[in-house]
Design a protein around this ligand. Structure first.
Ligand SMILES: O=c1ccn([C@@H]2O[C@H](COP(=O)(O)O)[C@@H](O)[C@H]2O)c(=O)[nH]1
Length: 272
């Protein structure tokens, strides 16, 4: 999906919601466990219940890889099931020496046919650019993460007092363009979002941390908004585990709807 296509979806659906498919065998409703592929059946029901409310889905690959070949099969079926009007993001946090990165890119962009993959910037330019050789595909680079450990490296400063995450942003923004590069910026770091926005005014941000991690959607919009919205706000557990009964998809829809309605108000306020 292109940037223009994504912006059009945000306008049409009045939403910049990304639903996270962190589907955990231990958390899905018991009645699904007797089916042949419980993970896929769960995801299918969540997708059916939310596809008009969100513009993206983000399966976190860890939950699928942990199940071996069966997990990969569930992941592939899930990605194939996501409608083409939604961006599919593989949250895989990959990156390696160039020729290995090329094979990661082939896995996510060719075999799985995802639109986007999350990549860790630690190994530098030649670990990231192989992902950017794929037309109409996106790299989503970790910039300022939502977890406590972000403090260990991302906020450390050099002799000029510049934080590492700012250096990563300045350098990496030259590796791609606003058409093929986004950044992960955690919702739990409201003021940080404003700093990131100053460095990359036009890029889209994938923002996890609303919902279960307690980040504020209002703050994300306040600090991260740009002229094209520029935000994809992810919520995983708060939507997909809203209930562990037979009404899980319905309750998940209710949670997604609450976020979409908040987003609709924000988009209206911004005259978008
Ligand atoms: O900084 C980051 C980067 C990635 N994530 C991922 O996003 C979702 C968040 O799930 P919730 O249940 O909505 O908390 C999950 O897949 C994380 O691995 C993140 O949280 N923070």
């Amino acid at each position: 999906m292109t940037r223009q296509g994504l912006i059009q979806q945000i306008r049409e659906k009045k939403s910049f919601l990304c639903v996270g498919l962190d589907t955990d065998m231990d958390k899905i409703p018991a009645h699904l466990l007797k089916l042949e592929d419980p993970i896929f059946e769960f995801n299918k029901a969540i997708i059916d219940a939310t596809k008009d409310l969100c513009v993206a889905y983000k399966p976190n690959v860890a939950f699928y890889e942990a199940l071996g070949p069966k997990g990969w099969e569930s992941l592939k079926k899930t990605i194939d099931y996501i409608p083409s009007h939604c961006l599919t993001i593989a949250d895989a946090k990959r990156g390696d020496i160039g020729n290995t990165s090329t094979y990661y890119a082939k896995t996510f962009f060719e075999y799985l046919n995802c639109d986007a993959v999350t990549v860790a910037p630690y190994m530098g330019e030649d670990s990231v650019t192989p992902f950017q050789e794929f037309k109409n595909k996106w790299v989503i680079l970790l910039a300022l993460t939502s977890n406590k450990g972000a403090l260990d490296f991302q906020f450390t400063t050099d002799s000029n007092g510049e934080e590492l995450y700012k250096k990563v942003l300045k350098k990496s923004s030259k590796w791609g363009s606003e058409e093929n590069l986004m950044y992960v910026v955690g919702a739990t770091r409201a003021e940080g979002i404003a700093e990131v926005r100053k460095i990359v005014p036009n890029h889209f941000f994938l923002v996890p941390g609303v919902g279960a991690q307690g980040g504020s959607l209002e703050d994300v919009a306040k600090y991260g908004w740009n002229n094209d919205c520029g935000l994809l706000v992810n919520a995983s557990r708060s939507i997909i585990y809203a209930s562990n009964g037979t009404d899980f998809a319905e309750k998940g829809r209710e949670e997604a709807k609450k976020l979409q309605q908040e987003m609709e108000l924000i988009l209206k306020e911004k005259h978008f």
